[in-house]
Design a protein around this ligand. Sequence first.
Ligand code: BEZ
Length: 251
Amino acid sequence: MPGLLLGDVFPDFEAETTTGKIKLHEFLGDSWGILFSHPRDYTPVCTTELGRAARLSSEFSKRGVKMIALSVDCLEDHHGWSKDIVAYNCEESACCSLPFPIIADGKRELAVALGMLDPDEKDKDGMPLTARCVFIIGPDKKLKLSVLYPATTGRNFDEILRVVDSLQLTAGKRVATPVDWKSGECVMVPPSMSEEEAASLFPAGVYSKDLPSGKKYLRYTPHPGAQRESTDAEHSVVYSKLTLCPNALKF
Ligand code: BEZ
């Protein structure tokens, strides 16, 4: 049975959190959202993960992304553990509070409904714990990305930010981002776009790599945020930035 699929409207659940009761869609408003689960409060990997998520919270808010965490622990544990996470992040533990709420899903209702459980990790009563799930939800409340890590593998929140940059860029522009792409680097022209359309949509130039097949499908263009018709004088600057598009030639 498939769970939530990309493009599905994310369930508008109600939940108890460390900042009070929320309804997800109302909580998100017009923002993007990231809902991320962890197995258990007061555990080492989870502490490092939520600490990193807290340190990156200003980067998420710069991108208009509201964060919310979830585990099967109770509110009292969430509140107590939040202080440990803050202390893990800073020397003076009184310096700040956790910048996002944590959902208390003690009855595992959301964990089951959203397919977040890790069957290999159980609590002392033999009940499965939440895995390390990440859902990214768009301003239209639709699911844009989901990843599920087992309890024993901590996530990379820099990678999640990188993914947000790609999701937000490709939501508004007809481009795709290549392997290891970072914001500002060249993007790829989708295979369905004709050469004529690409030339008119990307005035800064489209560059393709010659391949043994002779097919020109490996097409790069500068980051669309930097797209405008380049003058001859600027062209060399644009071209030098295209070192990120290896062996690419303008056609
Ligand atoms: C941890 O957060 O350290 C952890 C939690 C559950 C299983 C393994 C590790």
